[in-house]
Every structure is written in C-alpha cells, then in structure tokens.
Design a protein around this ligand. Structure first.
Ligand SMILES: NC(=O)c1ccc[n+]([C@@H]2O[C@H](COP(=O)([O-])OP(=O)(O)OC[C@H]3O[C@@H](n4cnc5c(N)ncnc54)[C@H](O)[C@@H]3O)[C@@H](O)[C@H]2O)c1
Length: 316
C-alpha cells in the first residue's frame, strides 16, 4: 500500500477556496438528488453534557468517505473549537485508504458553501444584503462563501462583539444588532441553537433564510410562528425532520414531507424553488456527508496535481 497523505487545515483551505467550495457543494447536491452518490444516515453518539460525535459516510465518484466529527458547543468557553475530528477517504475500487483530511476545515467550507448555494438558488435575484447571526467558526465561513457568491453588503451580529466586528472588517461589511441582521435580504443563522434568533416579527416578504445552527435534535434557531410563515426547503428530509430546524414542527405534526422541498431536487430541476417574489424561503441545513465528499474530492484532486502538500504521510 502507498503511504497515506495527511492533509491538514492549511492544505484543505489552500486546495479549495469559497468559490470552488460552492461549486463542489452544488455538484454534491445534484449528484445525490440524481441517485449517483450514496449516503447512509448520519450516526450520532451523544457525549453529555459536552455535545455529540457524528459518523458520516458517503460514496461517489470512485471514493468512499467517513467523517468522524464533533459538535461540542460548550467548547468555546474552553477556547477549543466546537467542530473537530478527521475525515477518511478510501478508494471505492480497491478499498485502500487514500487520504486523511482535517475535518473542521472541510466542514467549514461545505457548511458555508451550503448557505451560499441555497441563497443563489432560492433568494431573490435582487437580494443584496446578507445578515449573519452567529459569527463563530462556521458563521464566518458562511459569510465568506456568501461574499464569494457575490453578496457585497452584509451585517454581522454575535453576542461577542469582537467576533462580529472582526468578521465584518474582513469582508468590508458592518457589525450590527440581531434585528438588523435578521432584516437582511439573505439571513444565515449559525448559532448553537439554544434559543430562537429569528422571530416572526423579523420577517419581511422576499427574504431567504439559511438556517445552519440546528443540526441535532433539540436545537432550534427559528421561532415556531416564524417557521410557519416560510416556504420550506432542506438538505435532506430524513435528517432535517429528525434533527434539524424542522424537527420540532415535524414532531408537532405541523410540517410533513409534502411541505418541504430538498435543495438537490431544485438544483436538479425536479422541483420548484422560489415561486413568488414576496415569499420567505427557509433552507434547513443539517450538514450532509455528500457535501463533505464533494470537498474531499476537490482536496484529493489538488494533492494529486501537486497544488498542495501533505503535512505528513503515514504507512498503515
Ligand atoms: N448545518 C451544518 O452543516 C453545520 C455545520 C457545522 C456546524 N453546525 C452547527 O452550527 C452551530 C455553530 O457552530 P460553530 O462551529 O460555528 O460554533 P462556534 O462556537 O464557533 O460559533 C457559534 C457562535 O454563535 C454565537 N452565539 C451564541 N448564541 C448566540 C445568539 N443567541 N445569537 C447570535 N450568536 C450567538 C457565539 O458567540 C459564537 O460566536 C453549532 O450548533 C454547530 O453544531 C452546523
């Protein structure tokens, strides 16, 4: 067996910029919608009271991946990242391990890119301003990807003012209040999901909401009365209905499968996106292994073309 490259954070981010991440993520949604890429359900392993681990497999394009990743929201107070772990890439031809990737960088790229793909697909063409609610690690990447998608104006809110100010400064946007961010044309929420950050009174006709923080059971960022006013989209119905922003409304039988459209179906031309200029679209992102696969393919390609170097290689 050849030595297996270990591709750390720097290599992953050098291989895939936000524009490439958006393209890889869009491709992943389309390939999954068409049935070409396979994705068994995500497995959660609770680690109370700290958070949970997730095991996320997918196969496509001659590769199979497994991402072993945390969501430890309380880690911020310890000065540690909420999202950490490794992503294994194997050949689907021979079964050989092909690479080990830093999963936090992959997660950030594909999470931010999902917000951008949802906005490019569902927001109004004349949408200009972005609001970011939650400017931590993945909120920052949502902002970077939305900026790369062409949104030049933005307002950033975080209860940690320096987080909002630094992100706004990086992108030439501004820091503002929660209500200002929630009033933007495209709003991305990327908080721990412990309390609603989108209220019914915030909503304006024509907005697009990319709701990213609620990615496990019990988390939510949108007030139920606000959710009830939105036209609903998600990354994958089963995952979103069980552990996404939609889960509460699904459990209460207020939302059913027919009320929700998967983003991949819209991208593949199989379902309608936005139907009316004044409807509020809401994309519930729970984070899919096929998104990770899309980024992993791009990283491996960059390594094979010698555009990036491995931090180490290991013999197994
Ligand atoms: N959908 C996905 O694909 C996906 C991917 C990665 C992470 N996540 C989820 O996104 C959330 C954030 O992850 P992260 O890695 O960015 O964490 P993080 O700790 O780096 O950032 C969270 C940020 O939210 C801020 N925040 C907390 N309460 C807030 C509030 N009421 N209003 C506004 N901001 C608030 C915090 O100050 C912090 O800056 C977690 O719940 C995580 O599980 C989802």
């Amino acid at each position: 067996m050849s030595p297996v490259p270990v591709l750390g954070r720097e290599a992953v981010l050098a291989a895939v910029d936000p524009v490439a991440a958006i393209e890889a993520t869009r491709e992943a949604f389309v390939r999954h919608a068409s049935g070409e890429w396979e994705m068994p359900p995500k497995v959660y392993v609770d680690a109370p009271p700290n958070g949970d681990f997730r095991a996320m497999p997918a196969r496509g394009e001659g590769l199979a991946i497994l991402k072993w990743v945390t969501s430890f929201p309380r880690n911020a107070v310890r000065g540690l990242p909420a999202v950490a772990g490794a992503l294994l890439v194997s050949s689907a031809e021979t079964g050989e391990l092909a690479a080990i990737l830093d999963c936090a960088a992959v997660t950030s790229l594909r999470t931010g890119a999902a917000a951008a793909v949802s906005a490019l697909t569902l927001a109004r063409d004349d949408a200009r301003e972005v609001g970011i609610i939650g400017c931590g690690v993945n909120g920052a990447w949502a902002a970077r990807c939305l900026a790369a998608a062409g949104y030049e104006e933005g307002v950033c809110f975080d209860p940690r003012p320096t987080a909002a100010e630094e992100l706004a400064g990086e992108l030439g946007w501004r820091a503002g209040s929660r209500a200002e961010a929630a009033a933007a044309d495209v709003v991305a929420t990327v908080t721990p999901g412990e309390a609603p950050v989108i209220l019914a009174t915030d909503l304006r006709g024509g907005q697009h909401l990319a709701v990213l923080g609620a990615d496990a059971a019990g988390k939510s960022e949108v007030e139920p009365a606000a959710l009830a006013r939105c036209r609903l989209f998600c990354d994958e119905w089963k995952q979103a209905a069980a552990g996404g922003e939609l889960a509460g409304a699904v459990a209460a039988r207020l939302v059913s499968r027919d009320d929700v459209t998967e983003l991949g179906a819209v991208l593949a031309g199989e379902a309608d996106g936005r139907r009316q200029a004044d409807e509020v679209t809401l994309f519930d992102s729970t984070g899919l292994a096929i998104q990770d696969l899309g980024i992993a393919i791009a990283v491996l390609e960059a390594w094979r073309e010698r555009r990036i170097e491995a931090a180490a290689s290991i013999e197994l």
